[in-house]
Write a protein that binds this ligand. Structure first.
Ligand code: PLP
Length: 401
């Protein structure tokens, strides 16, 4: 008998964590490593949020909460969604989870089962296909166009939907990890219309909704309502990136109460509820002073402009300007097939390994996101480190032949 269930074999380990582990091993050996792999802001959680957590502990908010989250936090989510996303929702259609990662995993567990198919766009956040596989369903991948803001061609989606009858869900993620791209309202509206016509649920991962630089972000649900489309959307959002709270593990989802209740039922058996202290802190984050968010956005925008211009100054490298999040996703195709010290660089894994082993620069290879020839640079690090890191990358590339 096999010790482990098939589902363990079915899913891939997180290769992003693998890069982080290798980087910390090098650091422990005393190497001067520059890390572009962390998917989190470099700032501490703002003081008002930290203080709210301290007060919650002293008050005794240290017990289990209601399974779907404290009423204070669900109401705070409703107020935030009204203020920022211009949507009116009620606390019974909100579920608080242990990070948005759990929200996304729960929605897949709640909706999908064997024989169901779920559309995922390439490049994708590494966990999407694994959430779908863990629900015993099958991911269907659709390519996007890097020159067109990493948007898909609607014809490709129409063609998949007309050929396959078992598509039950579509996952969208704008602003995106790994590309940082923000899709146009037009493409999202077209996808919502197709989803409505084909009775498909849309899972909208809006983890980076507040980290946008050049225009105001519009939630898919807002576009849905404004255009009277009537698609069924579960929107998932996170405290992690906006408030620099990755370790606090709070995310939330809202949408059709039937689906939200299903998710809550599974969560209740899996983890009971989200951390009570983090929930109290999240209320302050959502309703308190937002100056720190504006400060971080300003810093990220400066760093984005710097890293994109440095990357585009390297011969043969092409990096689109990402509209949000904190990732740059340049194309290194020009260098694939070249060699370093006689060893051929065949793909983005080899290139990323070279950056790490020789230049001591940690990046994440695009092949892992379904995007060959690309490499993800996460830039929430200071400008000096960005300059030094990209300079090291350039020096290595200059030595390829
Ligand atoms: N969605 C995307 C696209 C992400 O990049 C992440 C985290 O990296 C998450 C969701 C999950 O965030 P968290 O679980 O920290 O709320």
């Amino acid at each position: 008998m096999n010790l482990l269930a098939n589902r363990v074999k079915q899913i891939k380990p997180s290769f992003t964590l693998d890069m982080v582990t290798r980087a910390s091993e090098l650091k422990d050996q005393g190497e001067d490593v520059i890390n572009f792999s962390a998917g989190q802001p470099d700032f501490n959680t703002p003081e008002n949020i930290r203080n709210a957590a301290k007060k919650a502990m002293d008050r005794g908010d240290t017990k289990y909460t209601s399974g779907s989250g404290t009423i204070e936090l669900r109401e705070a989510v409703c107020q935030k969604v009204k203020r920022e996303n211009k949507l009116t929702i009620s606390p019974d259609s909100v579920l608080i989870s242990n990070g948005e990662k759990q929200s996304l995993s729960l929605v897949c567990q709640t909706l999908f089962q064997q024989k169901d198919e779920v559309v995922i766009f390439k490049p994708y956040w590494v966990s999407f296909p694994e959430f779908v596989a863990l629900a015993d369903a099958k991911p269907l991948f659709i390519n996007t166009n890097p020159q067109k803001n990493f948007e898909p061609d609607i014809v490709d989606i129409e063609s998949i939907l007309s050929n396959r009858k078992k598509v039950k869900g579509i996952i969208i993620n704008s602003p995106s990890n790994p590309t940082g791209a923000i899709w146009s309202d037009e493409i999202i509206i077209k996808i919502l219309r197709l989803a409505k016509e084909n009775n498909i649920v849309v899972i909208s991962d809006e983890c980076y909704e507040r980290l946008v630089f050049d225009k105001k972000f519009v939630s898919a649900e807002k576009l849905n309502q404004k255009n009277k489309i009537g698609a069924n959307i579960i929107t998932c959002m996170s405290m992690s990136k906006t408030y620099s709270m990755t370790g606090w593990r709070i995310g939330y989802s809202f949408g059709d109460p039937i689906i939200i209740n299903g998710m809550s039922k599974i969560q209740g058996q899996a983890t009971s509820c989200a951390n009570s202290i983090s929930q109290a802190a999240a209320v302050e984050a959502l309703l308190g002073n937002q100056d720190q968010v504006s400060f971080m956005i300003k810093k990220f925008k400066e760093r984005r402009d710097l890293i994109v211009s440095l990357l585009n100054n390297i011969k043969g490298v092409n990096c689109e300007l990402p509209g949000g999040a904190f990732y740059a996703f340049p194309n290194f195709e020009y260098y694939l097939g070249k060699s370093f010290n006689g060893k051929e660089i065949k793909n983005s894994f080899d290139l990323s390994d070279l950056f790490l082993d020789i230049a001591k620069v940690v990046t994440v290879p695009g092949d892992g996101f379904g995007a060959p020839a690309h490499i993800r640079f996460s830039y929430p690090i200071g400008k000096k480190l960005i300059n030094d890191g990209i300079n090291r990358v350039k020096n290595i590339l200059d030595q390829l032949n």
